[in-house]
Design a binder for this molecule. Sequence first.
Ligand SMILES: *Cc1c(COP(=O)(O)O)cnc(C)c1O
Length: 379
Amino acid sequence: MRFETRCVHTGVYKDDSYNSATTPIYPASTFTYDDIGVNRGYDYTRSGNPTRRALEENIASLEGGTDCRCMSSGMAAITTAMQLFKPGDHVISGDDLYGGTFRLFHNVLSEQGFEFSFVDMTDLDAVRAAVRPETRCVWIETPSNPLMKIIDLAAVAEIARDAGAISIADNTFMSPYFQRPFEHGIDIVVHSMTKYLNGHSDAVGGCVVTQDDEHAERIDYLHNALGTGCSPFDAWLILRGIKTLGPRMEAHQRGAMALAEMLVEHPAVKRIYYAGLSTHPGHELAKRQMSGFGGMLTVDLNGGREAARRLCTKTKLFLMAVSLGGTESLIDYPEGMSHASMTAEARAAAGISESTVRLSVGIEHPDDLIDDVRQALAD
Ligand SMILES: *Cc1c(COP(=O)(O)O)cnc(C)c1O
């Protein structure tokens, strides 16, 4: 079955009693045993739940993995995945990570003895130079957030493999519709399901997708031990969202491309970051490893913080909010919102300035979005 068909059907049918056409929500915390040691596959919802299982089967199939565990947030998924490692282990990651991931790595796990190197992963020599004997994990976000750097998944996966480390890709920004990291040699894929997978800004969740039995068993063990699994109701919402993932991603991309083409010509814009533009340094690589460019784009404005503030407050369709990937367009000011949890030094090193604004382009008509941004940029 092709991708869009699997979005609709895979994992969905869990009701043998009535053959319901969609997955039922099983809110039960506990499941009755038929005999001592004999149940019907589930005993307690922290450990496993049929509604959550439907979502896990669906996402594993979309990513081309063999298994998946769904967590209560993207950060819960990342926390669970990081428990594959232990204090003293060294992790190489990008330098413009999702703000919450940076906070977990830099403030929490570093305190516990994990070692991190934050490098510009577009520079493969820098990635190679960061490898140490204790390197156990290479953590990749591509496109990076918020500056949309395109990281070479295959090349970084190979560096990780040569170093004896596990490569993990956060695929939140592209969703499996546009990018499937396993096809490029990545070992484990994580998502914030809150974003494109759910797609309607009404549930928070995360997942860890595996393709190796040893990793799958360990993640299953950890998600039960840590208690990070997502609720059946959230799993149901996200499974419902995924049914339209393909058409939504096409619509997000159509809007982002139209907006990028307008902004690249606009005198208020100093710099635009969108891999769909042929002027983007990662454009050719993006065409090789992604089947589309997605719905996220970032601009640096002329006129500093005040210009950024004007744009963020004057748009009407673009709601000023963190998060991304929903049907409605959002506008974010990384320095004070999504990336406020990074240190000022880390933001500066990553190239996030006081005039940087990030747009999550929704599925509204592109012409309305262009009109909205145009009027907000007009003096
Ligand atoms: C939002 C996000 C996360 C964290 O997910 P939550 O669901 O908010 O916990 C991680 N990585 C990326 C790239 C994100 O955009």
